[in-house]
Design a binder for this molecule. Structure first.
Ligand code: ATP
Ligand code: MG
Length: 488
């Protein structure tokens, strides 16, 4: 198999070898090259020590970012505008901390360096000639899509609890499966999770959320018990424990009305997430869209005794807000995801109804303060369209219902594009208006009037129609002023 190692990476490998050192590409880049995927980043290891790496890099004319103290044995070099981490071979031993090693030391061989790596598929090395060095059977595991730890799973998870979240992340990104030993080891080491920081857990979960096999990764997160654990967080200078995602675990086995659903709430959620557009907003919205289902305040039963969850969208939105805030997502992210969840039942209600109702709804949304300008609102409605289609497709809806909703959504997005949110969305600028009325004095007030009229649908959002409206306003204004002067 030929590997496409970028030229800038090869330059580094060759420079180190020319200086008499060993140099290998390792980690995620090798795994991804073997899977014919584009690597995220390239990591190189060598038997050269940091000072020697710096000397080679300078000799070869590479840029050197010297942060030797910060990251043990790692030198960051910049070649042809690309940065690459070069690490000296090292070994580690672990102690109390749930993630960080207690001590780290340089070692002499590639084998020792590879032995500290988490999974066999991440412990393969590649040299500049494209030769694969595989001490732990990683190639075979990669071929069979199996995730196995280097060494005994329980011990490796006890050393660093983040590896358990990395396992779920790799399941999601690569579609690998874990054998029973790995799952049993996770169960055994669950107590170690409480020592992990929220930020590290969030990073892994976000990577998981964007995986091609996101349903498998999420299912592993919940069924392994990891979602139900607590992790560490600093709030107002104090260390506290916060729950990870126990709300998801609560969805497993919660029954739904069989007239609409063939799955329980958890399996419906998994299916919906994997059918949604691959953005963090849409996927988090789908993950949490039914989080309130089954809660005593919404769970009821219809005349036939089938479960109902009227009002679950508002409860889910409130619960989602709490969850996303405890993970310290940005205010804009929380606002968007909560909005998507609160509105996820809307499209289903509105399909097939008249256009006027949709326009009114859009006007209300434009005035609600949820969006800054039209582009913001258009993006939100496009995401809502993806959320609702995925939600519907994850039920036992007929193909025709999905087609009808898709058609309605196209219409909705067309109408949303025409609904201004802010005066800057008007197709006549403040400058143009000031020129027509001969000054800026009444400009803010006039623009608000125009915005309201376009939102009401009484004036079209076009340069001609707005120019016309401005001229009429000016005429009325002049008439008013003249009659006011006459009366004096
Ligand atoms: P990606 O870069 O696609 O997120 P990756 O596998 O490259 O995935 P990195 O965090 O970049 O992950 O780490 C690079 C390599 O370092 C890994 O492939 C693995 O060999 C090793 N590694 C990273 N984190 C750990 C860990 N917690 N325990 C053991 N080895 C690790
Ligand atoms: Mg990487």
């Amino acid at each position: 198999m030929d590997f496409i190692i970028p030229e800038y990476v090869n330059k580094i490998l060759k420079a180190l070898m020319l200086a008499g050192y060993d140099a290998y590409l390792v980690g995620g880049a090798v795994r991804d090259l073997l899977l014919e995927k584009e690597p995220e980043d390239f990591d190189i290891v060598t038997n050269a020590k940091p000072q020697e790496i710096v000397a080679v890099a300078k000799q070869a004319g590479f840029g050197v970012v010297e942060e030797l103290g910060q990251n043990f044995g790692v030198v960051m070099v910049v070649v042809d505008d690309n940065s690459v981490e070069i690490a000296a071979y090292r070994s580690e031993s672990y102690g109390e901390d749930a993630h960080r090693p207690e001590s780290v030391w340089y070692c002499e061989t590639l084998a020792e360096d590879l032995a500290r790596r988490d999974f066999t598929i991440n412990a393969i090395a590649l040299d500049s000639e494209g030769r694969v060095i595989d001490y732990f059977n990683g190639l075979e595991d990669l071929k069979n899509r199996e995730l196995r730890t280097v060494g005994e799973a329980s011990q490796r998870f006890a050393e660093d609890a983040l590896r358990m979240f990395r396992a779920c992340r790799f399941i999601s990104q690569l579609g690998v499966t874990c054998d029973a030993e790995v799952f049993a080891a996770i169960t055994e080491q669950l107590p170690r999770v409480s020592g992990l920081s929220m930020e590290r857990v969030r990073t892994e979960i976000n990577k998981l959320m964007k995986g091609e096999f996101v349903n498998l990764g999420l299912d592993a997160l919940v069924r392994s018990g990891l979602a139900a654990q607590l992790c560490r967080n600093r709030q107002k200078g104090k260390e506290i424990q916060i729950p990870i995602l126990p709300e998801l675990s609560a969805l497993v086995g919660v029954p739904q009305n069989p007239n609409f659903h063939s799955y329980d709430v958890w399996n419906h959620t998994l299916k919906a997430v994997s059918l949604g557009e691959n953005s963090l907003e849409v996927r988090w919205a789908l993950l949490l869209h039914d989080i309130g289902k089954g809660q005593p305040s919404v769970r009821g039963f219809d005349d036939e005794g089938n479960p109902t969850d009227y009002g679950h969208e508002e409860l889910s939105a409130r619960m989602a807000e709490k969850i996303l805030k405890r993970f310290q997502f940005s205010a804009n992210f929380v606002k968007r995801v909560v909005w998507l969840i609160a509105n996820h039942m809307q499209l289903g209600f509105r399909v097939g109804k008249d256009e006027l109702g949709t326009r009114r709804w859009l006007r209300k949304a434009a005035l609600s303060g949820a969006f800054r300008w039209n582009s913001d609102m258009q993006e939100a409605f496009a995401q809502l369209s993806s959320v609702c289609l995925a939600d519907l497709a994850a039920t036992n809806a007929h193909e025709q219902e999905i087609i009808t909703m898709r058609m309605y959504n196209e219409e909705l997005l067309r109408l949303a594009a025409d609904m201004p949110v802010h005066t800057s969305d008007l197709l006549l600028s403040g400058k143009q208006i000031a020129e027509i009325i001969g000054g800026k004095e009444s400009l803010p007030q006039l623009m608000q009037i125009l915005l309201k009229r376009v939102q009401d649908g009484t004036v079209e959002n076009s340069e001609e129609a707005l120019t016309e409206a401005v001229k009429k306003w000016q005429q009325r204004h002049l008439q008013y002023e003249t009659s006011a002067i006459d009366e004096m």
